[in-house]
Design a protein around this ligand. Structure first.
Ligand code: GLA
Length: 591
């Protein structure tokens, strides 16, 4: 048992100054069977600590229903076994390019702008959640013989709000629930962020990608004493659909790391290993400058982050460059670099065998159909990740007029009298061809991930502003939601997707098998497919989209087995297939 403390100049372990060489690795973005390997990679890079967030929405899908909260405890145990200290950042908000910044969709639906403030109802939700979560952390603190040395309060709160009372209460709640190790906050190195995001008497840290000296000088204006730490050293960056792939050169990143260490500071590499936002959990940003109030920029499935340990767990040039820098600060020789996990033995094509149209999928796996005067939001239908089919009638007879979807979030594939009429989005919200009455209109709306940063955090999904024919609202809207999770049910999916393959590559749920020789790490390519989700043996790989820049999905080796494996693809727009003979079969390749 040891004591970890914040000294006047350094972190202190049993009174001895220590420097934290930490790296971010999110347990929820790495297959559990691979935690050990990845943690070993962190050690071999020269790190002595691992940092993870905790996504509230993953663990409390409905108010009061908790799901595998113990995963965090298992991960902390794995960190200890790997010989690493651990920093935990339990939010409640985490950002992290994660759906809704980690806040449950049902919470932001009820709290609106009261989320992340001292609001009583919101605080009650936080307190119930922390009541479940903290028992995973508290007995694993270093003063109980565990790896946990520090716990963060909120996340970059100064980039969002200024409710000092909220931060004060959160701090009190954590202490009350048994956190004895040092607490800290992290913020951008700007005066207003540090003013809004820090808590008197609690260690303040800063986040940045370069110019350590300038950043720490700013921090010193607010905190003349205490250890310096960069809690997020952005050594890479994330991608969004339709954007450029972000790359940060290894030498440049290593120089920036050296500058931090030369300041005598501690560091947490964000990310050391990014992993994957499996199962459609990727969030979204809004562009448009400092306000982050512009166009939606949904994050890709891969969270490779151009990190030193890539999405597949392999060391990159950045890894080697960082290792060289970190070795100078290590207490002894660095462990050898663990060999990479086995890769798939041979390329293998998926043979598609059966199918079901989206209507049949919705019928079998969707929620109940609702009807009412205005389109309900995803929140009202209880859909966190997934899609909603809205159906409305244009009364007739009447002239052809434009059909407009107001407040559309995010994409709608629209059918008029059963014919595809277009794909609409937030900016392009009106059908090209006017619609005459009488007509039946169907809109299949997909959420591309809830906003995880900025003032539009928590904004609802679906048709949020109504359906207009000419200037007239259309009422009598029927709606039915399909939660992505419904497709995790292997048996039900087999039952539903059992029709003969269609002639054309229409949207629907496709099922197939792939024969694997030499199970191991792989990536799945979907040539000719447009947009949707894939499962392998019931494990949800996440979203694919021809918009790029991501071109294939990571399939962790432990998901595959020798011989036959089941694959299903939920395609929402349609494939380039012209007939079943020329099917563009998805392909598994070695990483
Ligand atoms: C901020 C957040 C992180 C992450 C990074 C960008 O620093 O605190 O959660 O979103 O930005 O990757």
């Amino acid at each position: 048992m040891s004591e970890f403390a914040v000294g006047d100049e350094d972190f202190l372990l049993d009174g001895r100054p220590v420097r934290l060489l930490s790296g971010a690795l999110h347990y929820f973005r790495v297959h559990e069977a691979q935690w050990g390997h990845r943690l070993g990679m962190l050690r071999a890079m020269g790190l002595n600590c691992v940092e993870t967030y905790v996504p509230w929405n993953l663990h409390e899908p409905e108010p009061g229903r908790f799901r595998d909260v113990a995963a965090l405890g298992r991960f902390l145990d794995a960190a200890r076994e790997a010989g690493l200290w651990a920093i935990v950042r339990p939010g409640p908000y985490i950002c992290a390019e994660w759906e809704n910044g980690g806040l449950p969709y049902w919470l932001t639906a009820e709290a609106g702008a009261r989320a992340r403030t001292r609001d009583e109802r919101y605080m009650e939700r936080v307190s119930n959640w922390f009541g479940q979560l903290l028992p995973e952390i508290v007995p694993r603190q270093i003063d109980c013989g565990g790896p946990v040395i520090m716990v963060q309060v909120e996340n970059e709160y100064g980039s969002y709000g200024s409710d000092a009372e909220y931060l004060h209460r959160l701090t009190g709640l954590m202490r009350k629930l048994g956190v004895t190790v040092p607490l800290f906050t992290s913020d951008g190195p700007e005066d207003h962020m540090l003013t809004g995001g820090s808590v008197p008497g609690v260690l303040a840290t800063v986040n940045f990608g370069s110019h350590a000296r300038v950043a720490f000088a700013t921090l010193r204006r607010h905190r003349p004493q205490g250890p310096l730490m960069c809690m997020e050293f952005w050594c890479g960056w994330f991608d969004h659909w339709g954007g450029e792939h972000a790359v940060r050169e290894a030498g440049d990143a290593a120089e920036a790391l050296r500058e931090i260490l030369e300041c005598g500071a501690s560091v947490n590499l964000y990310m050391a290993h990014g992993g994957t936002s499996f199962a459609g959990w990727a969030g979204a940003n809004r562009g448009g400058g400092a306000l982050h109030d512009g166009p939606l920029e949904p994050d890709v499935t891969s969270y490779d982050y151009d990190a030193p340990i890539d999405e597949y767990g392999r060391p990159t040039a950045k890894f080697m460059a960082f290792r060289e820098v970190l070795a100078e600060y290590a207490e002894g020789p660095l462990p050898e670099i663990p060999s990479p996990p086995a890769a798939l033995g041979a390329t293998a094509g998926v043979e598609l065998t059966a199918w079901a149209p989206l209507d049949a999928v919705l019928e079998a796996l969707g929620g109940p159909e609702t009807s009412g005067p205005v389109p309900p939001t995803f929140e009202e239908l209880g859909v966190e990740r997934g899609l909603v089919r809205y159906a409305v009638t244009v009364p007739g007879p009447r002239q052809p007029y434009p059909l407009t979807v107001r407040g559309l979030r995010d994409l709608a594939v629209v059918y008029v009298d059963g014919e595809r009429a277009g794909v609409l989005g937030e900016d392009e919200d009106c059908l090209k061809e006017p619609v005459a009455g009488y007509a039946r209109v169907e809109l299949w709306v997909e959420s591309l991930g809830r906003v995880n940063y900025g003032p539009r955090l928590g904004e609802p999904k679906g048709i949020t502003g109504g359906l207009l024919h000419e200037r007239q609202f259309l009422h009598d809207v029927r709606a039915r939601g399909l939660r992505l999770e419904a497709l995790d049910d292997v048996g039900r999916v087999r039952e539903v997707a059992s029709r003969e393959l269609p002639e054309e590559g229409v949207p629907g749920l496709y099922r197939g098998t792939v024969v694997v020789r030499g199970a191991g790490d792989a990536r799945l390519e979907l040539p000719g497919w447009t947009r949707g989700f894939v499962w392998v043996n019931g494990f949800a790989l996440g979203r694919y989209w021809s918009a790029g820049p991501q071109r294939s999905l990571y399939v962790p080796g432990p998901v595959l087995r020798e011989g036959g494996n089941e694959v299903w693809v939920l395609e929402l727009e349609g494939t380039a297939r012209r007939g079943s003979d020329e099917a563009d079969a998805p392909v598994l390749r070695a990483v």
